[in-house]
Design a protein around this ligand. Structure first.
Ligand SMILES: *Cc1c(COP(=O)(O)O)cnc(C)c1O
Length: 339
């Protein structure tokens, strides 16, 4: 048995998911003729109170399409310094859209309306035009922290006041929602666009959706084609997404409970300097000077447990659909033996 805690993207489709995939009706989606993709796009858009949706191969693509649509070359976007769009999308902001990012140092990845207000450039010819605010919920590099509805609304008010577009990188938005008390449809009222991943905690093998109004999604279809993301009979993949939305949302709480328990165990270990707060399914901790991440990762690897270093003395563990209570116990046993 291998236990993989490197990411929540490592999950394999369940039997039920595979059955849904095999029996999906499909067609050529570039001609808009894949009934399963159309159903997934409609279902997700409705769920989030948006007019339309677009199925894409990855969350990088949905984010990058949104940035492309909301900006002009030479513009500036505002995001937290830990943002995936800035750190983990290969420089796509500049590469795809000719846009630069002004980084805000939020509180565990969360930027405030006040910080946005302070970072908007006045409209002088020699200053970059600020046109977009992008937030991440839950924050990945920020360790799984999430925004309250109120915080997201305040940011929306600021964006409206200054005529800025407002994008949500919701790769793990369901992890935030199951820990909060608002309906997903509330988010459609707040954001100009939302990106949702099916291939993270929801356990689908591939796919993300970009949600927005009809006009935006019409534009997005064109850009998806230009980016090379127009797929054909991809309804087999969309079927996995529909299955994930129907079956794998509420169970995310189990992942959070396991992450919490693991973090409590970790915080008592001799080689752990500190564990960052665990709000959802991501655990980031720092090793003290007795151990470097490579050594720690190797020790776990010998016991068939996969983990990754996350910069300097930090290690990140992520819980998911393919990590159960037996595995949790095994990991705890192994951790307690490490010197
Ligand atoms: C994983 C992730 C994405 C998208 O990643 P892909 O691997 O391209 O699907 C976007 N934003 C965040 C915060 C993520 O964690």
């Amino acid at each position: 048995m291998t236990i993989d805690l490197r990411s929540d993207t490592v999950t394999k489709p369940t039997k039920g998911m595979l059955e849904a995939m095999f029996s999906a009706p499909v067609g050529d989606d570039v001609f808009n003729e894949d009934p399963t993709i159309n159903a997934l796009e409609e279902k997700t858009a409705k769920l989030f109170g948006m007019e339309a949706g677009l199925f894409c191969p990855s969350g990088t693509m949905t984010n990058q399409i949104a940035i492309k649509i909301h900006t002009q070359p030479g513009d500036e976007l505002l995001c937290d310094a830990t943002a995936h769009i800035y750190n983990f999308e290969g420089g796509g902001i500049a590469f795809n859209s000719g846009v630069q990012a002004k980084l805000i140092h939020g509180e565990r990845g969360r930027i405030s309306a006040k910080q946005v207000e302070e970072n908007i450039n006045p409209s002088f010819d020699w200053l970059t035009r600020t046109s977009l605010v992008s937030i991440e919920n839950t924050g990945n590099r920020a360790g799984g922290s999430f925004y309250s509805l109120k915080q997201m609304q305040e940011l929306s008010d600021t964006c409206k006041k200054h005529k800025l577009k407002y994008h949500l990188d919701g790769a793990r938005i369901f992890n935030a929602i199951v820990e909060s008390d608002y309906a997903p449809a509330e988010l459609g009222k707040i954001f100009d666009s939302i990106s949702v991943c099916l291939s993270k905690g929801l356990g689908a093998p591939v796919g993300s959706l970009l949600l927005g109004d009809k006009e935006m999604i019409r534009n997005a279809r064109r850009i998806r084609k230009v980016f090379g993301g127009g797929m054909r009979q991809a309804g087999f993949l969309a079927a996995a997404g529909i299955y994930a939305l129907d079956n794998h949302v509420n169970r995310l709480k189990e992942d959070h409970a396991r992450a919490k328990r693991l973090s409590e165990t970790m915080s008592k270990l001799g080689f752990v300097e500190n564990v960052l707060p665990v709000d959802t399914n991501i655990i980031i901790f720092n090793l003290n000077d007795k151990l470097i991440p490579e050594q720690f990762v190797q020790k776990l690897a010998k016991e068939n447990i996969k983990a990754t270093g996350f910069g300097r003395q930090a290690v990140r563990l992520v819980t998911h659909l393919d990590f159960d209570d037996n595995m949790l116990e095994k990991v705890e046993t192994v951790l307690k033996k490490i010197q």
